[in-house]
Design a protein around this ligand. Structure first.
Ligand SMILES: Nc1ncnc2c1ncn2[C@@H]1O[C@H](COP(=O)(O)OP(=O)(O)O)[C@@H](O)[C@H]1O
Ligand SMILES: [Mg+2]
Length: 336
């Protein structure tokens, strides 16, 4: 769907150069929900805005469905904007227009549809985002979550193949955030739409993304499947973002010398999460396994677990336990 090659962006402000993107290379597949995470100022908004040329790259190429959009003239650009929808943190709705008129706007500017066709399409979109009863209200009469639903309906009006989301839930409370994320996932599945979203929150990535890229100080520092990046973050920035998401209990106040056995952190992904592995291993060896801390949850649709366990037994038996972990493909890290 998208291939970004050697993308650079330098802003010029009062004759000073400000680098926002350095040598970005990324490939995003059709139908994927792809997340880009990073701290404030890392270059996220600049990156996502280059994908519909709201920002012009300084150098490099961006292929969308095999066309290099950086070469587009204004006629092509017009068509690109119809193929690529975008939603924003602060919704960017027209305050003097009703909900229906906001959604109708992008349909109207194409000049392609009759008034009746547009009315039907708006009705369909209102239904899709669950706002049928609010069609004649003005943005000021809506909650934040409802405003973003209007933003989503408007972005989908012209049947885009790609939806860009710039911190689309950052202005919303946690519960509303979840309902908007569910709507995005629903749209991704129902319409097969590719979604690229940027955020500074790992929880959002974990809830709906298939793959993620971590951007720090203008560069991509890590890319991978969400489960891999989340459970085994490589770059220090990624490790911090995961730690701050408070998904895993931190073991900071766990004193290793309080335990006489071996402390081991286990990480497992997929169906194995719901198997009685520890019971099986205990039955097969003489080792006593005590769970000290743990999380069993999901990354999008993938179950995973992370447990801190204490192993008590002879060295030989503990070696056997590790062999079992390897057989079950349970990642294990000895802490003491
Ligand atoms: N229009 C602009 N003009 C000049 N500098 C900009 C502009 N937009 C962003 N920047 C700078 O580019 C860098 C990346 O910004 P941005 O892409 O907004 O990051 P993020 O979305 O990750 O917070 C920052 O140093 C920011 O100050
Ligand atoms: Mg931003």
């Amino acid at each position: 769907m998208i291939r970004i090659e050697h993308l650079h962006k330098i802003y010029q402000v009062a004759k000073r150069d400000i680098t926002a993107l350095t040598d970005i290379n990324l490939q995003i597949e059709a139908g994927e929900v792809f997340g880009i995470i990073g701290r404030s100022g890392a270059g996220k908004s600049t990156l996502i805005r280059t994908l519909n040329l709201l920002e012009r790259p300084t150098s490099g190429s961006i292929f969308i469905e095999d066309e290099d959009i950086t070469q587009f003239d204004s006629a092509n650009l017009h068509k690109l904007r119809q193929r690529v929808g975008m939603i924003f943190q602060h919704f960017n709705l027209l305050s003097a227009k009703t909900v229906a008129a906001n959604i109708d706007w992008p349909l109207k500017v194409t000049g392609k549809y009759t008034a009746e066709q547009r009315r039907q399409r708006v009705t369909e979109l209102l239904e899709l985002v669950g706002l049928s009863e609010h069609r004649d209200k003005y943005p000021a009469q809506l909650s934040g979550g409802q405003k973003q639903r209007v933003g989503i309906a408007r972005a989908l009006a012209n049947y885009p193949h790609l939806l860009l989301c710039d911190e689309a839930t950052s202005a919303l409370d946690p519960e509303t955030t979840q309902s908007i994320l569910r709507l995005l996932l629903d749209i991704n599945r129902k319409l097969g739409l590719t979604i690229v979203l940027i955020t500074h929150e790992m929880q959002i990535i974990r809830t709906i993304c298939d793959r993620v890229a971590v951007i720090d100080d203008t560069r991509i520092v890590e890319t991978g499947k969400v489960a891999d990046v989340f459970l085994h973050p490589q770059h220090p920035v990624t490790q911090k973002l995961v730690a701050e998401s408070h998904t895993f209990d931190n073991d900071a106040n766990l004193q290793a010398d309080q335990f006489k056995g071996k402390l081991v952190r286990l990480t497992f992904v997929g169906d194995i999460t719901y198997q009685p592995i520890l019971t099986n291993i205990t039955a097969a060896t003489q080792v006593l396994i005590t769970i000290l801390q743990g999380t069993i949850s999901r990354i999008k649709d993938t179950p995973y677990g992370q447990l801190l366990v204490e192993l008590n037994g002879s060295d030989e038996d503990i070696r056997q336990v590790f062999t079992h972990f390897d057989q079950y493909q349970i990642h294990h890290e000895v802490l003491s």
